[in-house]
Design a binder for this molecule. Structure first.
Ligand SMILES: [Zn+2]
Length: 211
């Protein structure tokens, strides 16, 4: 639990994809996604460094099931860079669903950086640090290092995909990583041996992510 923690100038709050399409009634709705928006806005007031990411896909993006005839949303396919889950069309650049949820506006207002990801039509980007090819950086690590940040405190949507991948890549790039689970919500898809939540948590624990 974070309550009572004192955050320092070496901490950055990374708010992952707090967007309308990931909230109830959105195109890729995460259950109760809207419930964490106002709390994240309040949390952001305790941080010197705030970064907000925004999933920002061109129409016809390769991660959309609609771009692959015969495939359905939540199928997994092989793309040149590896396995990719197919999603309903979501967070299309400039659409209402790509906008930030209104209740998170306070965090967006405090953000020193708003990082858009997923704009490459051929490669998805769950992580705030790397595209899904795992080699193309977004530039976030350099930004954080230049600001003197040593620890990433990660919240937002969705816990088992973009939050988890961001936390894993924070560790990979040498940052401490803390996920505040009560400021996240999960998609929770079935996966071998459990759900996508189990798989994400196992990977994060192995990588030294703290909760
Ligand atoms: Zn996306």
């Amino acid at each position: 639990m974070d309550d009572g923690d004192d955050y320092t100038e070496e901490d950055a709050l990374i708010v992952i994809d707090p967007q309308v399409d990931f909230c109830p009634a959105g195109r890729l709705a995460v259950a109760e996604g809207d419930a964490i928006m106002a709390p994240i806005a309040a949390l952001a007031e305790r941080f010197h460094h705030v970064v907000v990411t925004q999933d920002w896909h061109p129409a016809g993006h390769s991660s959309f099931a609609s771009s692959h005839p015969g495939r359905r949303a939540f199928d997994t396919i092989c793309l040149p860079y590896g396995e990719q889950v197919l999603w309903p069309d979501h967070c299309v650049q400039g659409s209402a669903g790509a906008a930030f949820h209104p209740e998170v506006a306070g965090a967006v207002a405090r953000a020193g950086l708003i990082l858009r990801k997923g704009a490459n039509p051929a490669v998805d980007s769950y992580s705030a640090f790397y595209e899904n090819d795992k080699v193309t950086p977004t530039g976030l690590a350099g930004y954080l290092r230049d600001k003197g940040v040593r620890r990433c405190v990660i919240v937002g949507l969705a816990y088992d995909f973009c939050v988890a991948w961001s936390a894993l890549d924070a560790r990979r790039d040498g940052f401490a990583a803390l996920v505040l689970t009560h400021y996240t919500r999960a998609i929770a898809m079935p996966a071998p041996g459990g759900s996508s939540v189990d798989a994400a948590e196992a990977a994060m624990r192995t990588a030294g992510v703290r909760f």
